[in-house]
Design a protein around this ligand. Sequence first.
Ligand SMILES: NC(=O)c1ccc[n+]([C@@H]2O[C@H](COP(=O)([O-])OP(=O)(O)OC[C@H]3O[C@@H](n4cnc5c(N)ncnc54)[C@H](OP(=O)(O)O)[C@@H]3O)[C@@H](O)[C@H]2O)c1
Length: 328
Amino acid sequence: MKKVLVLGGTGFVGGHVCEKLVRAGWHVTVPTRRTVNARRVQHLPGLTVFELDVHNEMALARAMAGHDAVVNLVAILHGDATAFDKTHVILVQKMLRACRTAAVHRLVHISALGVNGERPGSAPSEYLRSKGRGEAVLLHPADPADRPQVTSLRPSVIFGADDKFLNLFAKLQAVLPFMPLAGATARFQPVWVEDVANAVVRSLQVGRHAVFPQIVEACGPEIYTLRQMVQLAARLGGVNEGLGRPVLAIPDWLGRLQARMMELAPGAPLMSRDNLNSMKVDNVATGKLPGLQALGIQPAALQPIAGDYLGCGQVSHGLLGIRNRNRI
Ligand SMILES: NC(=O)c1ccc[n+]([C@@H]2O[C@H](COP(=O)([O-])OP(=O)(O)OC[C@H]3O[C@@H](n4cnc5c(N)ncnc54)[C@H](OP(=O)(O)O)[C@@H]3O)[C@@H](O)[C@H]2O)c1
């Protein structure tokens, strides 16, 4: 049985990736900072969870030994430049060296739509800049002969029953009389988490010497503005009997003030100034790179799927539920 090490396998996307890998017959190993974070996946047959500081390069190389492939899903959404650099760039450099030490030849990495592959520094947010630099480390290493075969998937915003996005907007509107919204005109191409997970598994199944896309834009079939997605979340979640709430687009300065206040509150912020910066560029496919179709996947539309999970009464848990769900 082939073995794969999944970094970040305990998270939202990681849970779905691990489940599909197990179903596809892989033995899956998931390192985590704390075993308690692995509740989503630890019951899966053929999956091993253990505690590891993935930033410890020697320990990482030891953990990789005996595996055929590595999947990297580790990321943070909030933090300062040092934290983004440590998680999105330095960890990737360590991962690459550890792959060499442990003779792992295949690596699937989750990047993000909006990174600028040629000029990572030109992206508008620290999240996107650091994700872009990390991807560049993988795709353009100092010594190309000495790296694993890499596929980097660039998803737009990801939706699914346990997402932190549509659920959040539906829950917020369940408790607020109206929805103040910064970045209302930003455009996204939401992709279903199952499609992203399938893309990871299919990327791993490509034979070692086969031609495979290095970068895949993982997007759904439709483009929505943020305002449209917020309105959809409320409608599909049955907020205010399906009518939703008035969405009030707020100017950039007020959005930044709101985000600053959220950053000062304890716990992970619902929205940071860096998140707002990310929305300064459209989060839609360029069309210049292969999409999910290149991996044989016809991406699913948002409404039928989100209608199923938002419509089953989950949206009334209040603000405490919102903060807990967004803890990283
Ligand atoms: N969700 C989206 O809409 C979206 C959109 C575009 C791209 N992506 C990308 O998709 C990937 C997965 O995202 P996700 O939504 O599944 O993220 P997530 O739910 O927040 O999971 C992130 C994982 O990373 C690990 N992690 C977090 N901080 C860490 C740190 N400082 N050191 C070591 N490990 C750490 C956590 O593992 P432990 O807690 O077990 O250690 C967790 O399992 C990421 O690369 C993300 O950038 C996501």
